[in-house]
Ligand binder design. Structure first.
Ligand code: NIG
Ligand code: FE
Length: 411
């Protein structure tokens, strides 16, 4: 397949070695104007300017992009899309002035979702999550990390992760799964947090590992949830099963989560609404990605993570949706990119890099997706013609994405 008359082909990896863009390396988006892109089967095979289109490259399945721009699909490295039902009741509570923490303390929040998930069958969960996946892939997402964490019992955590593996086998998007047993203390262990940590380490982790259900491990390391010491214990137990951390940190307080993540070689530390210069310097000197979730800040009315400062300080910054029923009921990565520009003051170039190649890095798939390059998966989308890159995040509700391709096929 050949895509031709591309107004601008964006997010290139010309050498095949691009894995992430840290600090000022993310200031520009590598593009060519008036371009073509070739695909064979699931993979990108080449690209170049129209002036150098090889003879005979056009074939019966050529696609005229009509001046539209082509971007690598978004890589959404942090989601909780397996959940039952929705939590718009809490949305009303928030409108009436309750905070996320107050709702959680009243037994709402994560525990509310855990109760509903317990009642749902694996098939029901799969159907509901696949609806969300379809919505995400239609909106330009081509890689999705999926967490457990609404089970909070061994059986229900396994149920969630089996659904996640089933999604992986059913969607053309690239999927990675993360075990988040330590998302909250399960109801049966109320007031017995240490025993719950023990259950996660001694029962859940071995069971998850025995079935090969998780690629990564996560802990909600934050005020009112799990402490840095408990997080260390959990991450050490997970390391024995070869699970690398991607943790929730510094959403509710400066919790020590960033330091704990870096010490344990986390692939990413996520949220970071509340971090200072010390955390930024530490992340910049590590291989740990700083993943920020502006959709959660928007929905909960929290501060936005200092993404601009983190890039200026040399960090690898990724943007993700955090799609979940409590703090971010949306998986729209274009909205995430726009919020990052508007609220975090990222340039459009930085925001796109953070939502593509750096998102891929944060879920360990940046050799496969996140950029346009020969040998990478043909995951990309075609937009309407754009006057400038900035138009894409600026016109934030205009339906600019015309066609999405995953593994070389239109979705
Ligand atoms: O990433 N912060 C922790 N977990 C989710 C929210 C979970 C929920 O409220 O259901 C998050 O924001
Ligand atoms: Fe989250």
């Amino acid at each position: 397949m050949l895509i031709y008359n591309i107004g601008r082909l964006c997010g290139l990896d010309r050498t095949g070695s691009l894995r992430r863009l840290s600090g000022h390396a993310a200031d520009s988006l590598d593009c060519i104007s008036d371009a073509w892109l070739s695909v064979e089967g699931e993979l990108i095979t080449g690209f170049g300017p129209m002036s150098e289109l090889p003879d005979g490259a056009a074939s019966h399945d050529s696609v005229d992009a009509r001046g539209g721009w082509v971007f690598p699909s978004f890589c959404d490295s942090h989601t909780h899309i397996i959940y039952a039902g929705s939590r718009e009741g809490e949305f009303r509570d928030k409108i009436d002035g309750l905070s996320y923490e107050e709702i959680a303390r009243r037994g709402g929040g994560i525990l509310n979702s855990a109760d509903r998930l317990h009642e749902a069958s694996e098939d029901e969960l799969f159907e509901q999550a696949m609806t969300r996946v379809a919505e995400m892939t239609a909106a330009g997402t081509g890689a999705i990390e999926i967490k457990s964490g609404y089970g909070l019992t061994t059986a229900d955590e396994l149920k969630m992760l089996r659904v996640a593996r089933r999604i992986q086998a059913s969607t053309p998007a690239v999927v990675r799964t993360t075990f988040l047993g330590a998302h909250a203390v399960g109801r049966a262990y109320a007031g017995r947090q240490a025993e719950y940590v023990d259950l996660v380490c001694r029962e859940m982790l071995p069971a998850v590992a025995a079935e090969g259900l998780a690629d990564y491990v996560d802990v909600f390391c934050d005020e009112g949830f799990f402490t840095p010491d408990e997080t260390s214990e959990l991450l050490e137990a997970a390391a024995r099963f070869g699970l690398r951390p991607k943790i929730h940190a510094n959403e509710l307080a400066v919790s020590g989560g960033v330091q704990t993540g870096v010490v344990h070689g986390a692939l990413s530390v996520d949220h970071l609404e509340r971090i200072g210069d010390g955390e930024i310097a530490l992340l910049a000197s590590s291989d740990t990605c700083a993943t920020m979730l502006p959709g959660a800040s928007f929905f909960l009315g929290m501060p936005y993570g200092p993404a601009r400062k983190a890039f200026d300080g040399g960090c690898t910054v990724a943007l993700a949706s955090d799609y979940n029923p409590g703090s971010s009921p949306s998986g729209n990565m274009r909205m995430v990119v726009s919020l990052a520009c508007i609220k975090m003051k990222l340039t459009p170039e930085r925001a796109i890099n953070a939502a593509t190649i750096n998102g891929a890095y944060a879920m360990g798939v940046s050799d496969l997706v996140g950029a346009i390059g020969a040998g990478r998966l043909a995951n990309f989308f075609i937009t309407a013609p754009l006057p400038d890159l900035a138009f894409f995040p600026y016109a934030y509700t205009s339906p600019l994405i015309r066609e999405c391709y995953l593994r070389g096929r239109k979705v």
